[in-house]
Design a protein around this ligand. Sequence first.
Ligand SMILES: C[S@@+](CC[C@H](N)C(=O)[O-])C[C@H]1O[C@@H](n2cnc3c(N)ncnc32)[C@H](O)[C@@H]1O
Length: 283
Amino acid sequence: MADPIDQVARTFDDASDRFDRLTATVWGPAGQSLVFALRLHPGDTVLDACCGAGASALPAAAAVGPTGRVHAVDVAADLLELGRLTAEERALQNIDFVCADATTWEPPSSVPEAGYDALAISYGVFFFPHMDASFARLVGLVRHGGRVGVTVWRAGAMTEFTAVVFDVATRYSPALADRQSLRDRTPLHRIDTPETLEAWLAAAGCHSVQVDVMPNLLPATDELCWNLVVGTGLHSVLEGLDEPAVEALRQDLLTEITERGLHTIDATTLVGTATVRRPPATV
Ligand SMILES: C[S@@+](CC[C@H](N)C(=O)[O-])C[C@H]1O[C@@H](n2cnc3c(N)ncnc32)[C@H](O)[C@@H]1O
């Protein structure tokens, strides 16, 4: 059995060719919303865990300005390279894209002893095999009064689309019949309503929790549908298929989407933020 983090890295590296085509419609709006909700200040030091190609890390770097710093961490080296290129294009010199497992990340000595000013995790926290413990550890890297924020798919988002993808992909790879959706095979289902996400952030030792719903209803064009398969974690359904099989699957999928009358893809997202409360140090 492959290590789950290696598996995630492989899937997202495989998805990297198309991943950025979803930035304008999917990753970008959530990343921007998260950064806005975190209320960053110029000069802040920010950790962006599971940064991908920088959908939240790049706007964070712009928000904290040249006196601030962003550590953007991910296990998918090819996505990090995309992020570096975008940062270069935008002349952002205050962002470091680092290939590392966020669950064991140790801040470099340049981070103030009190900790980061903010932590951002956009569409990433539910990939952690031990979500609660890993999130608590990352929250522990943020100073008292610092800010933390996550984005997650809202319950029901991507569900109908993912069901069609699995139904069609199973015709090509029968083993996928047993494969659970992202919501069921990860802890996402525990934090995908405003109420459960709010309670989860509070349980991680945070106060002033706020969860906003970011509606995102995207027209199900052929291009978007296929990018959502090839450029996301769904890429794993193509594993082991040769090029003609992938093309046949693509055609079948688009036909099935038309036949089922799926006109809109629900990419509605929850943006949850909170302020860190550290227990007073004991002497
Ligand atoms: C859906 S993508 C989101 C990327 C980015 N935050 C965005 O919104 O565009 C999820 C990312 O989480 C990363 N990831 C998952 N587990 C990770 C871990 N333990 N450490 C670092 N990155 C991880 C994946 O490699 C992938 O890039």
